[in-house]
Write a protein that binds this ligand. Structure first.
Ligand SMILES: [Zn+2]
Length: 94
């Protein structure tokens, strides 16, 4: 009786443990996919991302603080670059 009970408890525990491990593995995989999305940032910003990946990245951007601030930085760099490249010749003569 006790051994049956302990076997049932052990099986239930193993099942719960298995489910917990599976859930943790899924969370890890989801985190990995999120990290892979971070890698799309530069292509997204330069408009080279395929439409479906761009849509997925936009969803990611709403959740990812890293990409949000990195995208802001990239946009500021772009603006600084285009200002620096603006045709305002500083009279390069001697
Ligand atoms: Zn990200």
């Amino acid at each position: 009786m006790i051994s049956i009970l302990s076997a049932v408890v052990a099986a239930a525990t193993a099942g719960a443990l298995g489910r917990a491990l599976a859930r943790r593995r899924i969370l890890q995989l989801e985190a990995l996919v999120e990290q892979l999305r971070c890698g799309d940032l530069v292509d997204f910003q330069s408009g080279e991302l395929a439409p479906d990946r761009a849509a997925a990245f936009r969803e990611h951007l709403a959740r990812c603080k890293i990409c949000e601030s990195a995208l802001e930085d990239l946009m500021q760099q772009d603006m600084a670059l285009s200002l620096a490249a603006a045709p305002r010749e500083p009279g390069r003569r001697r």
